[in-house]
Write a new protein. Structure first.
Length: 380
């Protein structure tokens, strides 16, 4: 204890070597706040030193080497009532303030921002980014933020600064009128506008923002999925031609796998799609014929072609736990003649509720020869 008191009275070098990257303010530690008159004060680049005497801010020192004497401490000299060569220790608190930039600080919206988009209507958006701060006015920062804390880190001020940025960003984004699809191209302008909006409030704390970035603007997941579907439709182009292409692909896949269950179903589906395509083409031709000029002045309108014949139904047979097919009506007629298809054989075709006995299907019942009744007895 006695040694610490002697050390406090004998202090003649006052400086701060920063040992962390997030400390903004550090109070010089000494016993009884006693500083020897004539002590050496070292203020490094990126720092400022503030003297507080009896709770009142006395002097602010910029980077340099100072000898604490009467002519270097005009305000403190007045407060201490020094007049002529006062050489005894004086008691004051010394705060070192880091004036360098503190970078990679995060900000982001906790709740979505409601916007009225001219194309999509009301939408919700989230945003996040980074910013950097620097103490521009150490005296104001000490008065408004530090108070009597012996050490202040960025964690202690980040929450308040983030709240200011998010509040001003929400207002700026909602009133910007920029369509949602154009926001990504205007993030730089939004960031500049936001920096200008928050600058006065930051200055009230003795802080400035050398940089502020908007890294991401995002919509709710459901809205992004809807936009992806809309983009896909734009990439597809002509929906009618795309449907025809899909139908052709389905028929090709069915033809390549005729024996599989999926291929069998695909064959029936492909046949149905083929019929629909043929009907669509016929309707298009009929509509085109109606657009020919009337009267004898133009070429006579071409007669509409007859509709295509209905597609033959496709059947599948279930035997011994296996599925066979597809078979046309002609194929089943041949099997009926050979005896491999009977009335009890289970068959299936598109539109059936399930497997059905061949004898219960109208199209197949006629394939089976009805045996004639026995001849009548001879006449007596």
């Amino acid at each position: 204890m006695i040694w610490n008191m002697l050390r406090g009275e004998a202090i003649d070098v006052i400086d701060w070597t920063e040992d962390s990257r997030d400390t903004m303010v550090w109070r010089f530690q000494r016993h009884g706040n006693a500083i020897k008159y004539g002590a050496k004060l070292t203020v490094r680049e990126g720092q400022a030193a503030l003297f507080v005497h009896e709770g009142q801010l006395a002097d602010v020192f910029k980077p340099g080497l100072y000898e604490l004497e009467t002519n270097n401490l005009p305000i403190l000299t007045t407060l201490q009532h020094w007049h002529h060569g006062f050489n005894s220790p004086f008691k004051s608190e010394v705060y070192f303030v880091s004036t360098r930039q503190f970078t990679d600080m995060k900000w982001g919206t906790r709740n979505p921002i409601m916007l009225r988009d001219p194309e999509f209507g009301p939408v919700r958006m989230r945003a996040f980014g980074t910013y950097a701060i620097r103490v521009s006015d150490p005296a104001t920062f000490l008065t408004e933020i530090v108070g009597t804390d012996a050490e202040v880190t960025t964690d202690e001020v980040e929450a308040q600064l983030r709240n200011v940025i998010v509040a001003r960003f929400s207002n700026a984004l909602a009133s910007s009128g920029i369509p949602v699809l154009d926001l990504a191209a205007n993030t730089d302008q939004l960031a500049e506008f936001l920096s200008a909006r928050v600058a006065p409030e930051m200055a009230a704390y003795g802080i400035e923002l050398p940089s502020l970035y908007i890294e991401n603007l995002s919509l709710p997941e459901a809205v992004e999925e809807a936009m992806d579907r809309r983009t896909s439709m734009g990439v597809i182009g002509d929906l009618g031609k795309y449907t025809q292409f899909q139908a052709a692909e389905a028929m090709r896949a069915a033809a390549e796998n005729p024996g599989s269950a999926g291929g069998s179903m695909g064959a029936g589906l492909g046949a149905g799609m083929g019929l629909a395509m043929a009907q669509q083409m016929a309707s298009g031709a009929a509509a085109a014929s109606q657009t020919q000029p009337a009267g004898g002045q133009g070429a006579p309108a071409a007669a509409a072609p007859p509709p295509p014949p209905p597609a033959d139904p496709i059947f599948h047979i279930a035997e011994n736990g296996e599925t066979h097919g597809p078979y046309s009506l002609a194929d089943l007629g041949q099997k009926a003649k050979e005896g491999s298809l009977t009335r009890e054989t289970l068959v299936w075709s598109a539109g059936f509720d399930g497997w059905t006995k061949a004898g219960e299907v109208d199209q197949l019942a006629r394939l089976f020869t009805v045996a004639p009744p026995p001849p009548p007895p001879p006449a007596a």
